[in-house]
Design a protein around this ligand. Structure first.
Ligand code: AMP
Length: 218
């Protein structure tokens, strides 16, 4: 199955994509994670992307389309994947359809995590991640069980994303509103769009996504 999780930054796409991998082995394809890995490696692409990301703007369509086109050819994507943070513009959405068509596939469903924008700055600015295994936490909503120790791997170092500050989050929300939200009607017209209440608790959101998957499969 090939899915897209759509929603503004902080809607919970990454968290739910990880759960979809745990339950269904659908590989999480996060263009944000891929770009951060490029930045960390110091590659030419990473150098180009760094400033744009830190300003909360979108990296060029050509770059992200190229990254995804290459990534979905990898063997681990054969049994299905969840796109998290891609597509983010209409150009990317059209390019995705075209590349899948050439590879003999298609998107099975698009799940919109609908959230109240007012809650997002708080959600995002409290996020942190285990530096060793990448498990996600939140100052207010999801602290590790033992303070300073990762529940999953026992790691004691945590990182915060540079673009998770209030000012950059506002720019990222503007980018979502102006460039990404307009692709919702594109998928609605294709009959692929499913709306889930992203303001519900994590487990409830997972349950609603599972219900959507059952509907898609039937
Ligand atoms: P994310 O981790 O999805 O919040 O993405 C972090 C940042 O990476 C975004 O604010 C953009 O600068 C960049 N980015 C990630 N995915 C895309 C995309 N599909 N198109 C353009 N820029 C992207």
């Amino acid at each position: 199955m090939k899915l897209i999780l759509l929603g503004p930054p902080g809607a919970g796409k990454g968290t739910q994509a990880k759960r979809l991998y745990d339950k269904h082995k659908l590989v999480q394809l996060s263009t944000g994670d891929m770009l951060r890995a490029e930045v960390a490696s110091g590659s030419e692409l990473g150098r180009q992307a760094k400033q744009v990301m830190e300003a909360g703007q979108l990296v060029s369509d050509e770059i992200v389309i190229g990254i995804i086109d290459h990534r979905i050819d990898a063997p681990d994507c054969k049994s299905g994947f969840v796109l998290d943070g891609f597509p983010r513009t209409e150009k990317q959405a059209v390019a995705l359809d075209e590349m899948l068509r050439k590879k003999g596939g298609k998107i099975d469903g698009v799940i919109e995590l609908a959230v109240d924008e007012a809650a997002l700055v708080e959600r995002i600015s409290g996020r942190f991640t285990c530096a060793k295994c990448g498990a996600g936490y939140h100052d207010k909503f999801q602290q590790p069980k033992k303070a300073g120790v990762c529940d999953v791997c026992g790691g004691t170092e945590f990182t915060r994303r540079k673009d998770d500050n209030a000012e950059t989050v506002k720019a990222r929300l503007v980018a979502y509103r102006q460039q990404t939200a307009p692709i919702l009607p594109y998928y609605k017209a294709k009959g692929l769009l499913h709306r889930v209440d992203g303001m519900a608790g994590l487990d409830q959101v997972t349950k609603e996504i599972e219900a959507v998957l059952s509907r898609i499969k039937s």
